[in-house]
Design a protein around this ligand. Structure first.
Ligand code: PMV
Length: 387
């Protein structure tokens, strides 16, 4: 190959919604029926990493995800086509949008754990492609076409996805409310539940909910608009009690909608319920909001709390749900072994191995462009893992 390939590598973070997106008003454009708010997590502990390149010599688009060549999916190709269409509008795109692409992507956390991998993955793909073509400005509208929640992962810190009103979706995009440094004491514990059962995908689940749940209609029209404003205020004021209460209520309402869906989509497992119960009891015994939880379309609790409270909460999670010793991953944070006097107060079922491990992390920044030594593709556009 004579020409020098232009390669771009980015990382993009995971985000966790504290006001949930559930339900589309347009399946193709991925337009939501309500606003949502999320916290972007640090890329240090969990991220997607993607290298992209394009060449006149490539005969077809090729995508490797976690070292496996992917069959083309409609989501992936519509996302790719949207980015190309945007690149064609540029006066002088850095790379010809008609050339075929090579994309190699991997996550530094287990995809099988059911964590928000598609959000990080699509945000990363879109960030890398926009960098490749020289597309500037907001990228959340493009990321949204891959996976709705991905539009929030193109910004760091605290993020608001405004549902928008237009039929073409051009006003359905994410905005950063505050960067991660706005609330430096905040920490996040991702409680990975041992559960490998196949769940209803979020796309199928939300489609069924839109068709069958009257509670979802009520939620989207009556609850979320007001709650969104309250959450924006709680985050602005760093009012953890308010933040915690809204987060819990919104997660539980989302799972109530899932239960109200016909057929119901059940994402929580017995450990999920015990983790929730533990958090409520910790808060009650402490006489204040120490921690808050939220669950996406899976059994893993995501707990938000302040740094000073991490040792106690980690100790209790370990006592009630750990099996082996290697329970804590991610950031090294101190843990306080729970005493008998403490644990005996709790009415929580002990489920040894109910949690595989807990990932300690914190709010973080948005996508980043990495240096050339981080490329996942070589100068011929072949994945380095195949060498
Ligand atoms: O973006 P999707 O299609 O993976 O949907 C995500 C839905 C939830 O994670 C349950 C909620 C949210 O707002 O992230």
């Amino acid at each position: 190959m004579s020409e020098e390939l232009r390669l771009v590598t980015c990382t993009a973070p995971v985000n966790i919604a504290v006001i949930k997106y559930w339900g589309k008003r347009d399946e193709k454009l991925i337009l939501p029926i309500n606003d949502s708010i999320s916290v972007t997590l640090s890329s240090e502990q969990m991220h997607a990493k993607t290298t992209v390149t394009a060449s006149s010599t490539f005969l077809e688009d090729k995508i490797w995800l976690n070292k496996e060549l992917q069959a083309s999916s409609s989501r992936l190709s519509s996302c790719l086509e949207e980015v190309r269409a945007k690149a064609r509008q540029l006066e002088a795109p850095a790379v010809n949008p008609d050339w075929k692409v090579r994309i190699c992507s991997e996550n530094n956390f287990p995809t099988a754990a059911g964590l928000a991998s598609s959000a990080a993955g699509y945000a990363c793909l879109v960030s890398a492609l926009c960098q490749l073509y020289g597309i500037k400005g907001d990228t959340s509208i493009l990321a949204r076409r891959g996976s709705g929640s991905a539009c929030r992962s193109v910004y760091g810190g605290f993020v608001h996805w405004k549902m928008g009103e237009r039929a073409d979706g051009e006003d359905s995009r994410a905005f950063q409310l505050h960067p991660a440094c706005h609330w430096p004491e905040m920490r996040v514990l991702i409680c990975v539940a041992s559960d490998t059962r196949k769940k209803t995908s979020s796309s199928t689940g939300m489609k069924n909910s839109v068709q069958t749940s009257q509670l979802l209609k009520y939620r989207a029209e009556e609850i979320v608009p007001k709650r969104t404003l309250e959450m924006i205020e709680a985050i602005k004021e760093k009012d953890f009690s308010k933040f915690a209460q809204i987060t819990i209520k919104d997660s539980n309402q989302f799972h109530a909608v899932c239960q109200d869906t016909y057929p119901p989509c059940v994402y929580l497992n017995p450990t999920s319920h015990q983790v929730s119960s533990l958090v409520h009891q910790i808060n009650n015994f402490s006489g204040r909001f120490v921690a808050t939880y939220t669950f996406d379309a899976g059994p893993n609790a995501c707990i938000f709390l302040m740094e000073k409270d991490v040792p106690k909460v980690l100790g209790l999670l370990k006592y009630f749900f750990a099996e082996g010793d290697e329970f804590v991953r991610g950031e090294e944070l101190p843990m306080e072994e729970a005493t008998e006097a403490e644990t005996s107060k709790y009415s929580v079922d002990r489920i040894a191995g109910g949690l595989k491990y807990v990932i300690c992390t914190r709010p973080g920044e948005g996508p980043e462009v990495l240096a050339a030594d981080q490329h996942l593709l070589n100068n011929q556009g072949e994945p380095k893992f195949m060498q």
